[in-house]
Design a protein around this ligand. Sequence first.
Ligand SMILES: Cc1ncc(COP(=O)(O)O)c(C=O)c1O
Length: 460
Amino acid sequence: MANAPQAVMNHKQDEDLIRDFHHIWHPCTQMKDHAEVPPLLVDRAEGVYLYDREDNRYLDVISSWWVNLFGHNHPRINQSIKDQLDKMAHVMFAGVTHQPAIDLAEKLVNASSPQLTKVFFSDNGSTAVEVALKMSLQYWLQTEKPKKTKFIYLKDSYHGETLGALSVCGINLFREKFEQVLPQNLEVQGPDCMRCPFGLKRESCQAECFEPMEQALVTNRNTVAAVILEPLVQGAAGMKMYPPVYLKKLEEACKATETHVIYDEVAVGFGRTGSVFVSEHHGLNPTFVCLSKGITSGYLPLAATLTTEEIYQAFYDEYESFKLFIHSHSYSANPLACAAGNVTLDLLAEAGFMENLKPKIESMREQGDILRDLPWCGEFRQSGMIAAVELVQNQKTLEPFPIEQRVGYQVFLEGLKREMYLRPLGNVVYFIPPLVIEPDQIKTMMNAAYESISAVLKGI
Ligand SMILES: Cc1ncc(COP(=O)(O)O)c(C=O)c1O
């Protein structure tokens, strides 16, 4: 610890921690970083705050990897899990059903686009995507179009890190080491609004950038099963945002070419963009919607893939036809997770909840002004309760900081000094806080981000 930066001292990690965590290999982490800066040992969490063992608090700016909606230690969610626990913790989900899953499926169907009437439960975002991909493939196989076996995905898209999900991932960092074993799907250049090649603005464009997608769909109509994308916000790409007109065009082109549409709402679903689901809110007609993360408000692993009656019917037959969908996970539809999911949907549907997000969204916009003024601000963007500032070396050319400079990591360390748990994506410092964050906390969060970014970049 002798050489540890001030930020580490600031979050008062004790020496024992270095010994304590040495058996653990953390996700998406260069473990050597922790030789100098140990992971933050979070002891408890309450509302929008995480607390360490010395009771220092950190605002959970990114909702614990985008999952938490109603704050930590929420009394109603806690109670629903406790009540369910007293009845049954888990039961397999084949040949068996249970009330929490029945209720949750009904709530999900009611809240989503009207044509989505069937819910297939699994247990994390990547598996929700795997299920949609496999269902799409099998649908075409069983409806006499067996050549439709490819997927189109967008450059910079992210749909999880299992091999199937990686085969539709458009971010090299995640896929390049595994390229040799990935099925070859079709990557298409998607919207890049900050650096729009047409020099247009999101607010007024007509998705002129749709052309490559149109081309790919028309050219490959006999071999493409589905297009998968994250509607409105490409999260892991650095909260890249694009307008709904792109999705309208996509649906028209997919209809014309007999191609399924898969919206991955794992990150944007459950209120993040200011509506419960992007697809429902914008009157979209997907074939599949993938959900996870916020589905249990960040309490327990659960996922759901929603689809249509038409898809369902292509699998519905005598057993001997072997048209059933063979896909299962031991913890699919875990009752404790479904109980948390039911309260999540109830809280979102409660009178005034979504309406009350409007002033918070406005507050994110207003308080974000301070970040717009940074001399390194390439763009401040926002979609509902998601906001991001992309830092650049040069505001005119939008030249990014080189990855080796690790600007984001340094901002993270500076954030800890200021009671913020930020976790930038490369040069993008983003905010996706629990929806229950209050305007004064939004102000503190934006100010702390401003100070953290300034502290890092003034030194470069
Ligand atoms: C859009 C999107 N899809 C899928 C996933 C994968 O979810 P999980 O990490 O639960 O596997 C993520 C995770 O960040 C995501 O953002």
